[in-house]
Design a binder for this molecule. Structure first.
Ligand code: FAD
Length: 474
């Protein structure tokens, strides 16, 4: 009996429970649907994610030896395809975004009515959101007890690549190139290919490299954007080219053989735990991407300032660590986590621009753009989220640069116009002596912007705005 396997955020062959269960039953027709109808949070897939998707789908199709590509509404296309190929069974791995849950629930009913059995699986999380409960039976709102509860749960070993019989479906489906997922004019993704290898093999190679070269020291060095001590697995995880279960198993295996890295391994896996927590939060609080989790933040007097927003987006704020991060994002579709926190804090607190504007820019420009992780992280920085950083903790962008990029390697890479400045002027060029600037070829306002806001004034204004939030809570 032929089974349709609907690939979504699980673009891999190994540890793919939906695929493995289908393969055990007989011939399989794998299908990917470019679903632009049930867009997350009312918006389409971001530009950077479209680039990734193109390459990931292309690699999966080659690895499977056939993948039916359809574009449109799965609620229409999947039942149509099942009828056309005579499939009486559909498998998929579950997604947890509110829009996906609504779509899949409706689809399950439609297919069942048409006599097609549907079976869904967990392929994307260590523990599904409803399986981790507080003693009272509710969702967790604080990360540490959530993660402790996760650590007590049993975990299955990852599944191998199944033996597959792919049923050929000549003449059905689209050509990937016709989807136009890649940018053309202008092609802003030229730097992406140098940085990334989308697909299952690329994901495993990335994990291997990280375990060999980056894991030791991760617990401290993960905060250093100038060092190679983070895994950069986030886009691979988002598209499901590697599962968290595989990461868990391979990392634990590595740590067992190299006892010195056990603490770093625990810390690394606990970061994967933040991804689990973000999905837990989004599942239980579906308005997370759209509304302040703490409603008192509705009272915050956000500013509208298109010029400052554009300066932030383009990496032209006059604060080097912020500009370096925003340019890294534009050039590679990625930004180091420490710098994400700094740039987000700058937008929300120094510019007093609503976190949702930052979340939307990240959505469009990140290759790892993920509804749960992005919304939870932005609300974390804003102070409006669950278990969030307190609003009054306002990063000083100059100090953040000095502390986490002490030799200025990261800043010099992404802001080459500052590369000749000595370290004591690099983190705040506007405070440098004119003679130092001119020796380094820096002309403020010309080769590099003057700061768009004064740090001390911006800090005071941000705290003044927070008074309204506190008042709303009393
Ligand atoms: P590593 O340090 O190697 O961590 C391993 C994995 O753990 C990551 O790949 C990721 O899946 C997960 N992880 C790590 N930190 C977090 C975190 N704070 N929250 C959730 N998961 C985490 N991550 C995304 O995947 N997509 C997003 O859209 C996203 N938006 C963010 C927006 C802001 C404002 C901030 C501050 C953080 C955001 N993050 C997002 C979280 C984090 O920055 C990235 O997951 C991390 O930088 C990815 O790099 P890495 O794979 O090298 O991380």
């Amino acid at each position: 009996m032929t089974t349709l396997v609907w690939f979504r955020q699980d673009l891999r062959m190994a540890d793919n429970p939906a695929l493995a269960a289908a393969a055990a039953r007989g011939p399989v027709i794998p299908v990917y649907i470019l679903d632009e109808t049930s867009a997350p949070n009312g918006r389409p897939l971001g530009g950077a994610a479209r680039w990734w998707l193109h390459h990931s789908v292309s690699r999966l199709s080659k690895a499977l030896g056939g993948l039916v590509l359809l574009r449109g509404d799965p609620a229409v296309l999947l039942p149509e395809l099942a009828a056309k190929v005579g499939a009486k069974r559909v498998h998929w791995n579950r997604c947890y975004e509110p829009y996906a849950i609504a779509r899949d629930t409706a689809l399950k009913a439609t297919l069942s009515d048409a006599g097609v059995a549907v079976e869904s699986f967990n392929g994307s999380l260590l523990h599904e959101p409803w399986t981790i409960k507080t003693l009272e039976g509710g969702p967790y709102k604080v990360y540490s007890p959530f993660w402790r509860a996760c650590l007590k749960m049993p975990l299955d070993a990852p599944l191998p690549i199944p033996k597959l019989t792919i049923k050929k479906t000549a003449g059905i489906g689209d050509k990937l190139a016709d989807w136009g997922l890649l940018p053309t004019k202008p092609n802003w993704a030229t730097g992406f290919a140098e940085e990334w290898t989308p697909g299952e093999d690329g994901a495993h190679a990335r994990l291997e490299t990280f375990l060999e070269k980056g894991l030791e020291g991760y617990a401290e060095l993960r905060n250093r954007p100038d060092l190679p001590n983070v895994s950069r697995l986030s886009p691979h995880l988002h598209f499901g080219e590697i599962s968290p279960r595989q990461i868990w198993a391979v990392t634990q295996h590595h740590a067992a053989a190299h006892a010195v890295v056990q603490r770093d391994a625990d810390k690394f896996l606990s970061e994967v735990g933040w991804r689990e927590f973000a999905h837990h939060l989004l599942y239980h609080f579906p308005t997370l991407p759209a509304r302040n989790w703490k409603p008192t933040f509705d009272a915050y007097p956000w500013q509208t300032n298109a010029k400052q927003l554009a300066a932030w987006q383009r990496g032209q704020t006059g604060y080097p660590i912020v500009d370096a991060g925003m340019r890294e994002l534009w050039a590679t579709g990625y930004m180091h986590n420490r710098v994400r926190m700094v740039v987000a804090s700058f937008l929300i607190k120094h510019l007093r621009i609503d976190w949702r504007q930052g979340e939307a820019w990240f959505w469009d420009t990140l290759v790892d753009a993920d509804l749960a992780n992005n919304a939870a992280s932005w609300q974390w920085v804003a102070g409006s989220g669950a278990d969030a950083a307190p609003y009054f903790r306002i990063f000083n962008p100059m100090e953040q640069g000095r502390k986490f990029d002490p030799d200025g390697i990261y800043i010099r890479r992404w802001c080459p116009e500052l590369s000749k400045l000595p370290n004591d002027s690099l983190f705040a060029p506007f405070q440098a002596l004119p003679v130092v600037l001119s020796a380094a070829g820096v002309i403020l306002g010309k080769t590099y912007p003057r700061p768009i806001v004064d740090h001390a004034e911006a800090r005071a204004a941000a705290l003044a705005g927070y008074v309204a939030v506190k008042a709303a809570g009393t």
